[in-house]
Design a protein around this ligand. Sequence first.
Ligand SMILES: [Zn+2]
Length: 296
Amino acid sequence: MTPLLRILAFFVIVSTACAGPAASQASLDIELRARELAAGEGVRIDITSTVPLESLSCSFLGEQVFMIRTGDARSWSGWSMVDLDRKAGSTVVEARGVATDGATVSGTRAVRIAPRDFPQEHLKVAPKYVEPPKAIRERIAREKARLAVIYARREPWAPPAEPFVRPVPGKPTSIFGSRRVFNGKPRAPHSGLDLRAATGTPVLCSGPGRVVLAEELYYSGNLVIVDHGGGLFTLYAHLSRIDVAEGEDIRAGEQVGLSGATGRVTGPHLHWGAKIDNRPFDPRSLLDPVLFGDRN
Ligand SMILES: [Zn+2]
């Protein structure tokens, strides 16, 4: 160790020791796992405590992260994301735990959100999907409210240990976050990833979980939603056939149905989506091993 590093190391030890109240040496280590901290990315937050915790709260970008115990009461994990409209800049992740002896343990971590741009896309669909007829608007509102209830669930299951799998082998035809213009009218950005898939292509569940919806909706067509626990969901839309039922437990790689062109589409493909707390993020985040497995 060079003399400078030795001085710095000494300074870090001293400053850490002086940071908290003298009565407690307890601390939290916060680790963020993501492909990149940028708009539209899924993020896994792992927190390790030096003492066992009764409870733990964590806030990231103004949202409370649902933290789940993953082993003994020192290891906790939760899912979060960077919203699509989040601008680049610095932010601080804050966590506060209550130890089994009642003491409070807290920790922070400063991180930087990287800049990211999304392309614009022009699409042509049947007019009824751009300006839905009056009679249909009530159905759309009802389905939206129902989906919001489903996506608000937070099952206290430990996060999957393995990276997710691609639901179909086809290449992306429209990426997550594209700014979309339907028949010349601007609409919400693309909330998922479109993958090339001829009608009838088997669609595989990308991670382990439970089927929480399996039916036809107006925009999504035949839709399957899988709950992976901790507020994390994936969804498979525009299917020509559904092969699973609500309430079924499902493994990664199991068939949820066949791809198709039902709902608001320009042609056959799979719309693959991912959500945390009813907020969409790029499902490709979940394919990256960096979000899974043991810490190094
Ligand atoms: Zn799509």
